[in-house]
Design a protein around this ligand. Structure first.
Ligand SMILES: [Zn+2]
Length: 70
């Protein structure tokens, strides 16, 4: 997690923006994002826009989890 090397592109197919974050593939699939990614092993690199989408998706999941337990 965290900082990544410069010059790495977003792993989302069709997106050629520079990646700002890397997450594990497991985290990515847990977020249930309907994005197609290029397979690069067990890391997923996300640009600012797609990272935002990822954060939004995980926030939603957390909310659902909370509801389930209330
Ligand atoms: Zn992207």
């Amino acid at each position: 997690m965290g900082r990544i090397k410069k010059g790495i592109q977003c792993s989302v197919k069709g997106c050629d923006r520079p990646a700002i974050r890397s997450i594990s593939y497991v985290d990515f699939s847990n977020s249930k994002l309907s994005l197609e990614i290029e397979s690069l092993g067990n890391r997923v690199y996300l640009c600012r826009e797609h990272y935002k989408e990822y954060k939004k998706a995980t926030k939603k999941l957390r909310k659902i989890d909370k509801w389930r337990w209330v």
